[in-house]
Write a protein that binds this ligand. Structure first.
Ligand code: NAD
Length: 291
């Protein structure tokens, strides 16, 4: 068993981006600028946005954190997004999800200008990705690709089973893994909550991407010997022994699955840091596209 270590790979990506950014500055060009919008006081969202802002500083990007009240109206938020769309200095915009119930996620996603859509959720970004055109890939699936690439994991002709079909993880990674270039060219099966025989399907997989949000769902008896396991899940489960009162669990029962796998991501320290590294890559690309 080998670890797919998201901390090491994300650090490598960030070192590369820091160098590129320094080169830009030496050439008299601007540093990439990410604007992040955080609404309300959701603990997990606070943590994610703080990591994104910290990562920007690490790679030499400018970041602007915009905190908005939970009670902000949809119209006010869309107005703010349009302001950021028109601000030439801002290269990438992200709105941390989930949103308060009274705000339409779809409207927010569609209001961000596609040239600043560093989360890769805009229908234009998704359409371009599906057609194999240059696009902003959604950060989590993009991070998974960067990790597979870093470890030279063979993907051509492999059977990849994706568990979950959300717009942010399962569906895009299934499309990205069957594109006609490395990392890709997999035969992909997408499983979801209505899939029958999930265990039998998983047992045929060379690569499993678990993205369903059910702690320790994937067990050792569902996995073929030598499979590559990517655990996307992040669930907070109550844990009295932790200062925070909770532990972070992935969708894979690590101790049960790891001995059978050839490569496996830990949680935490696997896909999570890669998501942020991928967001930084997208922000750099958004900036460079304006040169
Ligand atoms: P989601 O709830 O939007 O989608 C879950 C998907 O899993 C659905 O398509 C559903 O059909 C499927 N599913 C649910 N139960 C199932 C079952 N028993 N069998 C088969 N399929 C089942 O979730 P999401 O937003 O895609 O997130 C999935 C997990 O990944 C969550 O734990 C989330 O916190 C985590 N996540 C992590 C990162 C990261 O950076 N590491 C990023 C995004 C999401």
């Amino acid at each position: 068993m080998n670890l797919l270590d998201g901390k090491i790979v994300s650090q490598a990506v960030k070192v590369r981006l820091k160098t590129y950014t320094e080169e830009r500055l030496l050439q008299g060009k601007k540093a990439p600028h990410l604007a992040a919008i955080l609404i309300g006081n959701n603990g997990a969202s606070e943590t994610y946005v703080a990591s994104k802002v910290k990562s920007c500083a690490e790679v030499g990007f400018v970041s602007t954190l915009i905190r908005l009240e939970e009670s902000i109206s949809e119209q006010e938020l869309l107005f703010k997004l349009n302001e950021l769309n028109e601000d030439f200095d801002v290269d990438g915009i992200l709105v941390q999800l989930p949103l308060p119930k009274h705000i339409s996620e779809q409207k927010v996603i569609e209001t961000i200008h596609p040239s600043k859509d560093v989360d890769g959720f805009h229908p234009e970004s998704v359409g371009r990705m599906v057609q194999g055109l240059p696009a902003f890939y959604p950060a989590t699936p993009y991070g998974i690709l960067l990790m597979l690439e870093h470890y030279n994991i063979e993907t051509k002709g492999k059977h990849a089973v994706v568990i979950g079909r959300s717009n942010i993880v399962g569906r895009p990674i299934s499309i990205m893994l069957n594109k006609n270039e490395y990392p890709g060219n997999c035969t992909v099966t997408v499983c979801h909550s209505h899939t029958h025989n999930l265990k039998e399907i998983c047992l045929q997989a060379d690569i499993i991407i678990a993205a369903l949000g059910r702690p320790e769902f994937l067990k050792g008896d569902m996995v073929k010997e030598g499979a590559v396991i990517v655990d996307v899940g992040i669930t907070r489960v109550p844990d009295g022994s932790k200062k925070s009162g909770f532990a972070i669990k992935g969708d894979v029962d690590f101790n049960d699955v790891a001995p059978k796998s050839s490569y496996i991501t830990p949680v935490p320290g696997g896909v999570g840091p890669m998501t942020i590294a991928a967001l930084m890559m997208n922000t750099f690309k958004a900036c460079a596209a304006k040169d």
